[in-house]
Design a protein around this ligand. Structure first.
Ligand code: FES
Ligand code: FES
Length: 151
């Protein structure tokens, strides 16, 4: 079957098998920030923004995303020009192995795009769907609150 997706501001058409997961398609498109974790919708590492909403792409078929606008971390900042959220994660030491970090940053972006002055509780709620195996959430929460102040 054929679908059309806009991935990181580029619209493309894809010939796919009906059971292809959105996570697989994004990684085939070199969006390696979309991490292959639990594949059951539990860890959040595969999250991307689909039409502005944080979605676990391992439990969404690519076919279900037909026509969608998808943003992954590849479209947020650049190595020489970090997004303020990325800089805040680095500056606060919120990144350890980094496996959860792309999804955390997208979750934070989704929050700050709808609520530019979040409380700590708002941030904790926004990050709750992304499981971090390395750390508690103290540093990531600090990073998001810091980035919010700079917006
Ligand atoms: S890999 Fe998708 S939620 Fe864990
Ligand atoms: S930094 Fe390692 S899983 Fe979160």
């Amino acid at each position: 079957m054929r679908i059309e997706l806009t991935i990181n501001h580029q619209t493309k058409s894809f010939e796919i098998r009906p059971n292809l997961l959105l996570m697989e398609l994004l990684r085939q498109q070199r969006c390696y920030s979309v991490k292959h974790g639990c594949e059951t919708g539990d860890c959040g590492a595969c999250a991307a923004l689909v039409n502005g909403k944080l979605v676990n792409t391992c439990i969404m078929l690519a076919a279900q995303a037909d026509g969608a606008d998808i943003i992954t971390l590849e479209a947020i900042g650049a190595p020489e020009r970090l997004d303020p959220l990325q800089a805040a994660f680095v500056d606060t030491g919120a990144i350890q192995c980094g496996y959860c970090t792309p999804a955390m940053i997208l979750a934070a972006k989704e929050l700050l795009d709808r609520n530019s002055h979040p409380t700590e509780a708002d941030v904790r709620d926004a990050l709750a769907g992304v499981l971090c195996r390395c750390t508690g959430y103290v540093k990531p929460v600090e990073a998001v609150l810091r980035a919010a102040q700079q917006r």
